[in-house]
Design a protein around this ligand. Structure first.
Ligand SMILES: [Ca+2]
Ligand SMILES: [Ca+2]
Length: 354
């Protein structure tokens, strides 16, 4: 009798794990092959060969790009190289990428930039906030952009108990920002378990020098975050659940959920076009391929444009999709004046005229 009970228990356990694995593969879109959608007049940008995970474009057309991300579970083709912030002027006929020098005593040897966000002060000073993972910890670095010299001056580092495993940030005031946590556990085997068992333990934090608090929780893997042009709504991507949350932002910085968009692809970073309010999303058509990198069958890229996000039926269109033959692991797409810049987690960056 005891033996039978053991077999039943074992069988149930295996069936449970098998079901979890099937669900995990479905969530990662493991069987999905991307249907190509081409753009005209595209070229890969020279010097950006080691990731371009996040992009932020100033109203003047200058784009900041974070490169060289090292992150558990992500391929790394340049193990010895430290991360950098590059600048591209999208007004140029053939935009060139230039690495920004950093002054002010910043420890560049440990620079591992991830999500970024710009903020323009009342006096016109441009600040660049960067999620950094020195030794795989999480900090937020604040730099001042020196436009004449095309360089960054390091100002300060922010660390906080509620700023762990940070993926992206959006700055909403002087030293005030929202940040996403993309995993509960820091070590990669535990992250896999977290995904495998579909835990929803990640969240959004609001940070200011006087108050730090959780403002939204229960995400599978909170990832990209941005704000609407009128500053009323915060958009949060849950990459694992293939969702974009529209959150209402209140005077006390709390967020309440207004609506959720269910998509069919794994959404990474979000950028809002300041002129139209459209959301541009860098997406992973098949995240399984990114996590089990195989150069013979690489992960693809996909860019979505979401128009009228507040309407009953927003328009979602695929602007670009590639099976990895050109661009692998797209994480962000930003537009400026009829041009688009598509960045990736670990691969190259593509520039196209729309
Ligand atoms: Ca960002
Ligand atoms: Ca991201």
């Amino acid at each position: 009798m005891a033996k039978l009970a053991t077999w039943i228990l074992l069988g149930t356990g295996l069936a449970f794990l098998g079901q979890k694995f099937v669900t995990f593969r479905e969530k990662m879109n493991a069987s999905r092959e991307v249907v190509p959608v081409e753009l005209q007049n595209c070229h890969l940008i020279e010097k950006l060969e080691n990731g371009s995970e996040d992009i932020d474009i100033l109203p003047s057309g200058l784009a900041f790009i974070s490169t060289g991300l090292k992150y558990p579970g992500v391929p790394d083709f340049a193990p010895g190289e430290t991360g950098k912030i590059f600048l591209i002027d999208l007004n140029e006929q053939v935009p060139r990428a230039q690495a920004l020098k950093i002054s002010g005593g910043f420890e560049e040897a440990l620079f591992n930039p991830h999500g970024i966000s710009t903020f323009i002060g009342k006096d016109g000073t441009v600040y660049l906030y960067v999620v950094n993972h020195p030794l795989l910890e999480s900090t937020v670095e604040i730099f001042k952009f020196e436009e004449q010299q095309r360089s960054l001056t390091y100002l300060k580092t922010i660390k906080h108990e509620l700023l762990k495993c940070v993926n992206d940030i959006v700055v909403v005031g002087p030293e005030q920002f929202y940040a996403t946590r993309d995993r509960y556990f820091a070590s990669f085997p535990l992250v896999l378990l977290e995904m495998f068992f579909d835990l929803h333990w990640t969240y959004v934090t609001f940070y200011s020098p006087s108050e730090v608090k959780l403002v939204a929780k229960g995400f599978g893997t909170a990832n990209g975050i941005t704000v609407s042009p009128d500053q009323r709504y915060i958009y949060v991507a849950d990459i694992r659940d293939k969702k974009i949350y529209v959150m209402e932002k209140h005077e006390n910085w709390d967020l309440t959920q207004l609506k959720v968009l269910q998509l069919e692809t794994l959404v990474d970073n979000l950028i809002v076009d300041p002129t139209t309010g459209d959301i541009w999303a860098g997406c992973h058509p098949n995240l399984f391929k990114l996590m089990h990198y195989n150069p013979e069958d690489p992960p693809g890229s996909e860019v979505l444009r979401i128009q009228n996000v507040l309407a009953d039926k927003p328009t979602v269109s695929t602007v670009y999709a590639n099976n990895g033959s050109v661009l692998q692991g797209s994480s962000v797409a930003a537009v400026y004046n009829g041009k688009i810049l598509i960045g990736t987690v670990f691969h190259r960056a593509l520039y196209c005229v729309l």
